[in-house]
Design a protein around this ligand. Structure first.
Ligand SMILES: *Cc1c(COP(=O)(O)O)cnc(C)c1O
Length: 369
């Protein structure tokens, strides 16, 4: 079976983890914690990094640091993985979803403003599948309405908008280092920000809000979102190879593009003029002209030993949010993408031969119709 993804771990990760074990520095507060936060923030072009237990807690921490809570509304892509919407629910605010753009699959910038109300406090923009959102108009809207911007960069480490890396545009940005992300620590996450006060507040909250002078006095409810030194050690090793990883991702996309080019009814990922796409997952949309429905194609590929995944389910249609009664008519594009989208194997060990085989199989499914 060609898997959808598998992580690749190198010698550095092993060396750094062994160093933690040999020196007894296994919990939070070790040298790899500090180094990983500093180096990752620097990589993003941002001053401060606070590592967390995962990407979901990073988003939660970002909202807590911004003091977003009960009665507030937060705008988010409708077409996304659920974590940013969950994080908004954790702090007692309400997620307000915006339809996707048919080309980039990111938030449709033209549909944001009609969703803004007096209660709107922030926008979470999710850079979907490695392609950055169109940040200039987003930042303009945020400024006009006095909204905070949180970038969810969980799928886009190293992606660029007009030559600047994602994570450096918002008031605060969140990353995930889950096993299938561009860099991984197994489970892990980080927020990055240029705002010293916000960074300090986030660091305090993420370690149980211990008081600096009187340790066991708590002015606010704290959280334990700390990353261990062992986890950070893996992250540092991964970060040292991130350029290579992104190069490989871009090569995978280029190679798929080459072999899928002549198949009618397959829409491949774009890279807008303003963007450097890191192609976290290589997604395709099975258009009606393809002739075979997406679900059938997935089944045929699976039978041929090729694993794939459906695109995200749109947030407005999630059973867990049904109490909010979102209007499905507002979300034609994300609904269509969720029914027609499929992502293909995107692992770092993928060879040209395998990509060729996958594309040939897709062609075969079509010609058999
Ligand atoms: C993976 C992911 C997350 C959450 O990351 P975890 O580390 O699994 O909690 C958040 N947002 C998006 C868009 C993701 O893809």
């Amino acid at each position: 079976m060609i898997p959808v993804f598998e992580p690749v771990l190198g010698k550095k990760e092993i060396e750094y983890v062994n160093d933690c074990l040999n020196t007894n520095w296994i919990s939070f507060g070790g040298k790899y914690n500090k180094k990983f936060e500093e180096e990752f923030a620097k990589y993003c072009g941002v001053k401060y990094g606070i590592a967390t237990t995962n990407g979901t807690t990073a988003l939660h921490l970002a909202l807590l640091a911004l003091k977003i809570g009960k009665g507030d509304e937060v705008i988010i892509n409708d077409f996304t993985m659920a974590s940013p919407a969950f994080a908004v629910e954790y702090v007692g605010a309400k997620p307000i979803f915006v339809d996707a753009d048919r080309k980039t699959w990111n938030i449709d910038v033209n549909k944001i403003e009609i969703k803004i109300t007096k209660k709107t406090k922030a926008i979470i923009v999710v850079h979907i599948y490695g392609h950055p959102c169109d940040m200039d108009p987003i930042m303009k809207i945020a400024k006009k309405h006095n909204l905070k911007v949180i970038e969810d960069c969980a799928e886009a480490h190293g992606a660029e908008y007009k030559g600047k890396r994602v994570g450096s545009f918002g008031d605060v940005s969140a990353f995930s280092f889950y096993a299938n992300k561009i860099i991984t620590t197994g489970e892990g996450g980080m927020i990055v920000t240029n705002d010293a006060k916000l960074a300090e507040r986030a660091r305090w909250l993420h370690s149980l809000a211990f008081d600096k002078e009187r340790k066991h006095i708590h002015e606010e409810i704290g959280y334990n979102f700390r990353m261990s030194n062992i986890t950070a050690a893996i992250g540092l090793g991964q970060l040292e190879r991130i350029d290579e990883t992104i190069e490989k991702k871009r090569w995978i996309a280029k190679t798929y593009n080459k072999y899928l080019k002549n198949i009618k009814g397959i829409t491949t990922p774009v890279e807008e003029k303003y963007a450097k796409n890191v192609y976290w997952m290589y997604g395709i949309v099975i258009e009606n002209e393809f002739g075979t429905p997406r679900d059938e194609l997935k089944k045929k590929l699976f039978e041929a030993g090729i694993d794939t995944r459906y695109f995200f389910w749109p947030m407005h249609a999630e059973p867990c949010f049904k109490q909010h009664k979102y209007n499905p008519k507002d979300y034609p594009v994300s609904t269509e993408l969720s029914k027609k989208g499929l992502y293909l194997p995107s692992g770092l060990n993928l060879t040209e031969e395998q990509i060729k085989t996958i594309c040939k199989k897709i062609e075969e499914v079509q010609s058999k119709k």
